[in-house]
Design a binder for this molecule. Structure first.
Ligand code: PNS
Length: 162
């Protein structure tokens, strides 16, 4: 990466990636030369999909966005951002209920690494209610998940609850 290349990082669990995430990816990809989707390798969390599965899923649904790269990381997001030459973290904000946690994370990250800023994109109203955990819950009861997920992801989530 050259020094003046603008690299953004969109970190998250993406378990699984939803249409809300994809909307944030599409919109924020226009703000950077390269947008890295950083999938947390959350070992202690009981995730539905393995890190590899989540990376592959996101690669598949973002294949048409040329400046998006998908990687996984361990440890602190700011350390990963530094290692990748990124100075901006991207997060989506759905409702006021997200704000406290997001502010806490952004301020913690900024205290640790003042050279890295967090920017927030407000979630499209169509997806304001949506979260990966809600999707997992609906899927676990055999509910309809087509409204929430990219088409390729629907059968993968269904298969987990067969
Ligand atoms: O999709 P999520 O689960 O809301 O994403 C949360 C994530 C991955 C951005 C956050 O947990 C994170 O950055 N984890 C890595 C560890 C870290 O850097 N912690 C300090 C920030 S409080």
């Amino acid at each position: 990466m050259t020094n003046n290349e603008k690299v953004g990082i969109y970190p998250g669990s993406f378990d699984p990636i939803t249409l809300g995430h994809l909307d944030i990816i599409r919109r924020s990809s226009g703000l950077f030369d390269t947008l890295i989707i950083a999938v947390l390798n959350n070992r202690e969390k009981n995730s539905l999909f393995s890190t590899d599965e989540r990376v592959k899923m996101i690669q598949s649904v973002t294949a048409d966005i040329k400046n998006v790269v998908v990687k996984s990381f361990d440890g602190l997001t700011v350390d990963f951002a530094k290692a990748e030459g990124a100075h901006t973290l991207v997060r989506g904000l759905r409702a006021i209920s997200d704000f406290e946690y997001e502010l806490q994370m952004a301020q913690t990250n900024r205290t640790m690494s003042p050279e890295i800023d967090t920017i927030f994109l407000t979630t499209d109203q169509r997806y304001a209610y949506l979260s990966s955990s809600i999707v997992r819950e609906v899927a676990s009861f055999g509910g309809k998940i087509e409204h929430f997920l990219p088409d390729e992801v629907v059968p993968l989530v269904r298969a987990k609850y067969k």
